[in-house]
Design a protein around this ligand. Sequence first.
Ligand SMILES: *[C@@H]1O[C@H](CO)[C@@H](O)[C@H](O)[C@H]1NC(C)=O
Ligand SMILES: *[C@@H]1O[C@H](CO)[C@@H](O)[C@H](O)[C@H]1NC(C)=O
Ligand SMILES: *[C@@H]1O[C@H](CO)[C@@H](O)[C@H](O)[C@H]1NC(C)=O
Length: 201
Amino acid sequence: MSVYTLLYLAQILLAILYSHGALAEKMMRPKIKDMKLWSDEKFLSHKLTYDHADPHLNFTLDVHQDVSDVDLHFDTRIINKLDPFYTSTFNITLNLCRILNYSTKSPVGRFVYTFIKEYGNIIESCPIPKGSYAITKFWYPEDPTTAMLPEIDFEVNFAAYHLDASKKRNLIINDHITGEFTVQDVNNLKPGIFAMLPKVG
Ligand SMILES: *[C@@H]1O[C@H](CO)[C@@H](O)[C@H](O)[C@H]1NC(C)=O
Ligand SMILES: *[C@@H]1O[C@H](CO)[C@@H](O)[C@H](O)[C@H]1NC(C)=O
Ligand SMILES: *[C@@H]1O[C@H](CO)[C@@H](O)[C@H](O)[C@H]1NC(C)=O
């Protein structure tokens, strides 16, 4: 991951975490332009829908046979609209089973996990048992952005690989999503991080 990408992600996080108040109706929001989803249909099928006007995601996953171990691969590109010269890419491969294991042990992991769980039933551990998993009307917590972040185009290539007993990798999901993050005037802000924190006194 490049330094530029790290700075950019830190900037987004800081803006989400710390800015609130004055420009209450300005939000950076994603708009998906194109979405191509593929699943192998033997181990699993999946579907993702996105509503831009009333921002939320629905995700369904049907696991047709037990999946013992899974690697996730993200290959992401971020292009600054004003200065396409500054294109950042990052590739990352994660083992889903290790993340699930970790999420039950770290407080941050538990917080994120509990938050997502509110929206449906999700995978809890490996091996992933045969069954249906769904997340309905999911959105991340938003806080109004006062800092002006550069508007960006993004491209996400997401792949999941099943690892068999001999650690052989088989492609089971291959998704390509492109879109943009733009500053938008919104009147349907979802509760932000601050609203989720326990009230004091
Ligand atoms: C997501 O699911 C909910 C509940 O089933 C439905 O009302 C909504 O229209 C769905 N949204 C999309 C984008 O598919
Ligand atoms: C990311 O991985 C893809 C293959 O998945 C490769 O073609 C590309 O060159 C990689 N990009 C970087 C920045 O490492
Ligand atoms: C999960 O954690 C336990 C205990 O820390 C460890 O023994 C086990 O190997 C871990 N499993 C995975 C898939 O990382």
